[in-house]
Design a binder for this molecule. Structure first.
Ligand SMILES: Cc1cc2nc3c(=O)[nH]c(=O)nc-3n(C[C@H](O)[C@H](O)[C@H](O)COP(=O)(O)OP(=O)(O)OC[C@H]3O[C@@H](n4cnc5c(N)ncnc54)[C@H](O)[C@@H]3O)c2cc1C
Length: 337
């Protein structure tokens, strides 16, 4: 394990913010994990941060601790039964690359999650989701190292406490576990999720296949979301708020055209993009920090915005939505202060 000092993090966060890490290391091999645990024991007061692709992070300033970039690689089929195939991938594998690989091997289940930036290891952290599928739907188990004791622990589905853009790792463990690999259970008889209007329309009369759905999802995403390599961003910056039925009824009395989607737990999910759009933020720009012109949920870095400037803009958006609707938006990415 090699440690560098004052490392630029610009290429390690999809906002392209020019923050620096006081200490920086890359975890590439199993031995690096053991060395890391030792190093952390020797520096008990130093904060540390696990980073995969940095596509769900906002650095508001330089990081005064150790940034640990996870680059463990490898993927393979590990088991099979009559219904399912089990595939394990190391945490540092690129998520989209892994999805394409699984499709090329003839497996289905991950196609709706095509083109989500980032790594396999971060995918369970916020239970990534898109186009009617969440990671929880195809998750089997994961292996993670307790960074205090160095012990490896296997987390099954229940232990991960998956929820909407949330999990045990995001809400409870807060970086206490380094996820080293994730095992997926992919059904041999695929259950296609095609209820999103854009997917259904583009598929038309064609027979669904994982390859076709993946291609459609990629083209939809490319038409709606900015490519971080061209325009810095972290995807949706805010979670869609969930409210009780009573709150929804009160809101609807004042805002008749407000969309809402009833959830299994009887709460209502409100599209944060709609709320933000009603406050006229779409396309807004303040220096190089802005709101994407095609999507009110996406904050963008037009060039040299600092994390602090982007966070200030996010707070202004939160305040305006709070004032107009009485709803508090929550950021989806981890905001690193
Ligand atoms: C253009 C764009 C579109 C996006 N679309 C979607 C979408 O449709 N759906 C969606 O859910 N998300 C979306 N995202 C957000 C992001 O892609 C996902 O959250 C992704 O899983 C983040 O992966 P990462 O490796 O970049 O994580 P990072 O940003 O590096 O880290 C995210 C969090 O996970 C932790 N972490 C990272 N690796 C590990 C590990 N090995 N062990 C333990 N903790 C770890 C970090 O400490 C941090 O808290 C989008 C982002 C962008 C830029």
């Amino acid at each position: 394990m090699h440690i560098t000092e004052n490392q630029s993090l610009q290429s390690y966060n999809s906002f392209g913010v020019a923050a620096k890490a006081r200490y920086f290391t890359v975890i590439k091999y199993d031995d690096d994990v053991a060395e890391l645990v030792k190093w952390l024991k020797q520096h008990p007061l130093l904060p540390y941060l696990l980073v995969g692709g940095g596509s769900n992070l906002l650095f508001t300033k330089d990081y005064q601790g150790l940034v640990i970039h996870i680059a463990l690689t490898g993927k393979q089929v590990v088991a099979e039964d009559t219904e399912s195939t089990y595939i394990r991938a190391a945490a540092g594998e690129n998520w989209h690359g892994f999805v394409l690989w699984s499709i090329a091997q003839g497996y289905a289940g991950l196609e709706n999650l095509s083109l989500i930036p980032g790594t396999v290891g971060a995918a369970p952290v916020q239970n990534i989701g898109a186009y009617g599928v969440e990671l929880t739907d195809c998750f089997f188990q994961l292996e993670a190292v307790d960074l205090q004791t160095g012990k490896m622990r296997v987390f099954d589905h229940a232990a991960c406490e998956f929820a909407y853009r949330d999990s045990y790792f995001k809400s409870v463990a807060h970086g206490g576990y380094l996820i080293v690999s994730v095992t997926f259970r992919l059904l041999k008889k695929p259950q296609w999720k095609m209820h999103y209007a854009d997917i259904a329309r583009q598929l038309g009369n064609q027979v669904p296949t994982a390859q076709r759905i993946s291609t459609i999802v990629i083209s939809i995403r490319q038409s709606k979301l900015p490519d971080p390599a061209v325009l810095g961003n972290a995807g949706s910056f805010f979670k869609n708020p969930l409210v009780e039925k009573q709150t929804w009824l009160l809101l609807r009395a004042s805002f008749q055209d407000m969309p809402a989607y009833e959830q299994l737990d009887k709460r209502y999910k409100l599209p944060a993009a709609w709320l933000i759009d009603q406050c006229h933020w779409k396309g807004y720009q303040q220096g190089d920090a802005g709101v994407y012109a095609k999507h009110a949920l996406v904050l963008v870095n037009h060039g040299t915005a600092t994390g602090e400037e982007l966070w200030l803009l996010a707070q202004q958006i939160i305040d305006s939505v709070q004032e107009k609707f009485g709803i508090t938006l929550e950021p989806e990415p981890s905001v690193i202060n």
